[in-house]
Write a protein that binds this ligand. Structure first.
Ligand SMILES: Nc1ncnc2c1ncn2[C@@H]1O[C@H](COP(=O)(O)OP(=O)(O)O)[C@@H](O)[C@H]1O
Ligand SMILES: [Mg+2]
Length: 402
């Protein structure tokens, strides 16, 4: 099939690759060839066929990459028809497998400073929207004391356990698990820190999740135990902070931002929920500007969003063409793109292992390293300290060129 010769004898795979090497991946700021995103390149006479391997099936910039690639090839003499196929390989945050033995490529925490701002609603719709783009998605309801995910996902039971492991429920292409499956609805849960800790750990580790591109975690409101536990139990690729459009709500969201900053979890961005005439608009964007954090967009106040949650058919499924659903789907693509960048950034960290000799020296190093962190944290280098039983590692990593 690919045996035909080109009319222009100088047209070769090398020439085509050279042209594609001028196309820049808009988020990673490097060319498609050096990022190894061009696969299965073939010439059939004058026609060119290749696959672009994306870092997420939910890539929001696919259209731009396609038009840039076509423009670059149009400048090559003799190129005929160009066929671009698409595939995706989501980068993997390897710390997750190392720490909890699950095959999650990325973990995304959804949080808010207080309850009722629509955190669960957004977590559920984002998870479904990512699955609609072709990603393998799980949703963990980490709101142990107020679990709402099953109701919004339209399932009140999980399948029977298999091989002494819980099997997650599944709907709309998303696997999910919740404390609501394990306790009766009218049974109050009065738990403290250590019990919350072990419950969250179990929902992460004792569940047959399978391989996931994204595990979305719906956190309880506030900035307390669960956030801390989660960040300790599983490495978080990033956190999304939800706020309402009023200034008072933004003040609560600020606490959420600060908590993740302290836990060294990168912020994926801020989402403003319930925007519109009633609650106003703008606090989310303002907050993002103040904290130099990406603003992911706003979701309008819409009665159908609430009905979707109450009926177990979220808005992205029930009213896919509504403004709220379209906003949520665009936000999901932007979240996926940013998570890929964060994970690739973290992967490219250079590790300088420092072998510790004894506990005394450990304390000295700890002080030294916290000074370094204070000095450089948030500037041109990100410095991450990982604590192992006997080994401290300091990762210094230049940020991607902007
Ligand atoms: N954009 C929206 N428009 C209308 N109602 C919404 C919207 N977002 C959330 N809600 C509703 O607000 C209530 C609280 O949302 P929920 O997701 O449970 O908040 P949280 O998890 O932060 O406590 C729910 O009844 C939900 O359906
Ligand atoms: Mg909730």
């Amino acid at each position: 099939m690919f045996g035909r010769k080109a009319d222009n004898p100088s047209l070769s795979e090398d020439v085509v690759l050279k042209a594609l090497a001028t196309v820049i991946e808009p988020e990673l700021h490097r060319d498609l060839v050096s990022l190894n995103m061009i696969r299965n390149l073939k010439l059939d006479g004058n026609d060119v066929i290749f696959t672009i391997m994306l870092t997420t099936p939910a890539c929001p910039l696919r259209g731009k990459m396609e038009s840039d690639a076509r423009a670059a090839l149009a400048r090559v003499p003799g190129v005929g028809r160009v066929t671009i196929n698409w595939d995706a390989n989501v980068p993997s945050d390897r710390r997750i497998g190392d720490q909890i033995g699950q095959n999650f490529r990325n973990t995304i925490a959804v949080s808010s400073g207080k309850g009722g701002v629509g955190k669960t609603t957004i977590a559920v719709n984002l998870a479904i929207a990512l699955a609609m783009e072709g990603a393998r998605v799980g949703l963990l309801d980490a709101d142990i004391l107020g679990p709402n995910v099953p109701m919004m996902m339209g399932r009140d039971q999980m399948p029977p356990p298999r091989d002494r492991k819980m099997v997650p429920a599944e709907n709309f292409g998303v696997k999910f698990i919740s404390m609501a499956f394990l306790v009766k609805p009218d049974q109050p849960l009065i738990w403290r820190g250590p019990m919350l800790h072990s419950a969250i750990r179990q929902l992460l580790t004792d569940v047959e999740w399978g391989e996931l591109d994204y595990l979305v975690v719906d956190l309880p409101p506030g900035t307390g135990d669960a956030q801390l536990t989660l960040a300790q139990v599983v490495p978080l690729s990033g956190a999304i902070v939800i706020t309402q459009p009023m200034q008072v709500a933004a003040a609560d969201a600020t606490r959420g931002l600060k908590t993740f900053e302290k836990l060294d979890v990168p912020i994926i961005g801020i989402i403003e929920n319930m925007s519109g005439d009633f609650f106003g608009t703008g606090a989310g964007e303002q907050l993002a500007t103040t904290y130099k954090t990406p603003y992911l967009g706003s979701v309008p106040l819409d009665a159908n969003v609430r009905v979707g949650g109450d009926s177990g058919e979220p808005i992205v499924v029930a009213h896919p063409d509504s403004a709220a659903a379209l906003a949520l789907r665009q936000i999901a693509r932007d979240v996926a793109a940013r998570v890929s960048v964060l994970t690739i950034e973290a992967q490219s960290a250079q590790f300088i292992p420092i072998q510790m000799i004894n506990a005394g020296l450990g304390l000295w190093w700890r002080r030294f390293l916290s000074c370094v962190l204070r000095r450089y944290g948030g500037q041109r280098h990100r410095i991450r300290i990982l604590c192992h039983t006997e080994l401290w590692q300091v990762a210094t990593q230049p940020l991607f060129p902007v």
